[in-house]
Write a protein that binds this ligand. Structure first.
Ligand code: PLP
Length: 506
């Protein structure tokens, strides 16, 4: 240390920062330029990967020069990553990251506001408030409520859950938990396929996972409203306290949208909190291609959305919206005396589970400002149209079977021509499941296209989902060709003798 200047091992001079930063931005630009032509995954096994990066190496005693460290780390990441921004990444629900969002993360980290308290993040907190407002506007959620950005869909849903619990328990559940003299077993209702965040929410809040009533779905995959009513009635009869209904605004497997208007009516009838899990699908409410029922998310008490899915924000960014402007405060606010602020304003630490918070709002806000509402409407509609196109391509193809289509998710499978028409035979059905599981594995390792899976009753389906502004018609057409190529190869390897053409029954 000197009198005027301290030289810290983690610091960079502005000149060093500029040089390393420019180089990094150039490298990222090159990645974006070449992304389409790169393999989207390397297919390396954990053992192969560990040859390039040994996670067990101890922390070095002496550090390394930042510029060289950044260069070698960039190379490591570029050579060994899976790119969910690649135009033929169709797996799970991972949005392609928008370039301005990447830069937003850098800018946000440079200013580094602590988004817990307004006084520590004045302009940044205002930006979050506007980003949340814009999200609500985009999906048609009424102004006048409240909202907050979260790490992702799981936490966004949990905030809705805890707001429901505080509002509908009927006693001061925040103070006395489940031990209050008036406490009753709280009950939650949703379709059988409701996303697994509900396990964590019921478990961690002390309700227990058994508090969740998993309601059967109709043949169209939507939650049975009659089944739901019966479950509520049964619980009332048993002196339990029905608390909330979770409607799905785009299911994770097939993009099914529940009958949200009917769920709202049922909630009104029984005074239940109505939460919509729109982590995947809520943004589609902005598109005229989405089912009308989805737009009834505007009637919900709370909605979870995921900007890191269909707003194409880099991970992480989720969002909770609530209709009642006091609902988040009523569920989360505590004001210890060490959080005394001279300026009273909107403090986000009182509106969720985080205390110190990062500036994830900046990337979301920048992206919304860059594309505008019209830009998002058109990108989301394009994604839906492309998934529909793929369904049509699969339906036409002699070796593919198109299965479900919902929002931007299409499920399908490979069926060898000579097994067509025999899918119902137990031996063939079992083999088709094995075959398609193998195809998915081959796609995952091959690096040309990436799909995940859905289980539809007894059928193992391939599942493609588009939340990617780079995907084109050519990419979805190519996915059909790539699947068929892998399907033929896997079929050659796996077909049991009993199902070979020469032994097939006539
Ligand atoms: C319907 C639904 N809910 C919740 C989640 C969880 O979101 P996240 O992974 O952002 O926590 C997902 C993720 O795919 C989802 O599809």
């Amino acid at each position: 240390m000197t009198d005027s200047r301290r030289s810290a091992p983690v610091d960079l001079t502005p000149e060093e920062f500029a040089e390393a930063g420019h180089r990094l931005v150039d490298d990222i630009a090159e990645l974006l330029r070449t992304l389409r032509d790169r393999p989207l995954a390397t297919g390396e096994s954990p053992e192969e990967l560990r040859r390039h990066f040994d996670a067990s190496e101890p922390l070095p005693e002496q550090g390394r020069a930042a510029a060289e460290l950044l260069r070698s780390t960039t190379e490591l990441l570029f050579e060994h990553s899976l790119y969910n921004g690649h135009p033929r990444f169709f797996g799970y629900i991972s949005g392609a990251p928008a370039p301005i969002g990447m830069l937003g993360d850098l800018l946000g980290a440079a200013v580094n506001p602590n988004m817990g308290a307004w006084v520590l993040s004045p302009i940044a907190s205002e930006i979050e408030t506007q980003a949340v407002r814009w999200i609500a506007d985009l999906v048609g959620f009424p102004a006048g409520g409240d909202g907050v950005l979260t790490s992702g869909g799981n936490v966004a849903n949990m905030l809705g859950f805890w707001a429901a619990r505080a509002s509908r328990a009927g006693w001061d559940v925040r103070a006395s938990g489940m031990t209050d003299a008036d406490a009753r077993p709280l009950r939650v209702y949703g379709a059988k396929g409701t996303h697994t965040w509900i396990h964590k929410a019921t478990d961690l809040s002390g309700l227990g996972v058994d508090a969740m009533r998993w309601i059967d779905t109709e043949t169209d995959g939507r939650v049975s409203v009659d089944g739901l009513r019966r479950a509520v009635e049964d619980d009332l009869e048993a002196d339990a306290r029905p608390m909330m209904v979770v409607g799905t605004g785009g299911s994770v497997s097939t993009g099914v949208v529940d009958d949200l208007p009917a769920l709202r009516s049922l909630c009104d009838e029984y005074d239940l909190w109505f939460h919509v899990d729109g982590a995947y699908g809520a943004f589609a409410a902005a598109s005229e291609l989405a089912p009308d029922d989805l737009r009834a998310l505007s009637e919900a008490d709370s909605v979870a959305l995921d900007p890191h899915k269909w707003l194409y924000a880099p991970l992480e960014a989720g969002c909770t919206l609530v209709r009642d402007p006091e609902a988040l405060l009523a569920a989360f606010s505590y004001r210890p005396d060490y959080y005394y602020f001279q300026t009273e304003a909107k403090n986000y630490f009182e509106r969720g589970v985080q205390n110190s918070r990062g500036f994830r709002a900046l990337k979301v806000w920048l992206q919304l400002a860059q594309a505008g509402a019209a830009g998002y409407r058109s990108m989301i509609s394009d994604d839906i149209e492309l998934a529909r196109r793929f369904h049509a391509v699969a339906a036409e193809h002699p070796e593919l079977e198109a299965l479900t289509q919902g929002l931007s998710i299409t499920t399908y499978r490979y069926v060898p021509v000579d097994l067509r028409g025999r899918e119902g035979e137990p031996e063939v059905a079992g083999y088709l499941n094995e075959l398609n599981e193998a195809i998915q594995g081959r796609l995952e390792r091959g690096g040309d296209a990436f799909v995940s899976n859905a289980v539809l009753g007894d059928v193992y389906a391939l599942r493609m989902c588009i939340v990617n502004f780079r995907t084109t018609e050519d990419d979805v057409d190519l996915l059909a060709d790539i699947t068929v190529g892998e399907g033929r190869a896997a079929d050659r390897d796996l077909r049991p003798d009993a199902l070979r053409a020469d032994t097939l029954r006539p």
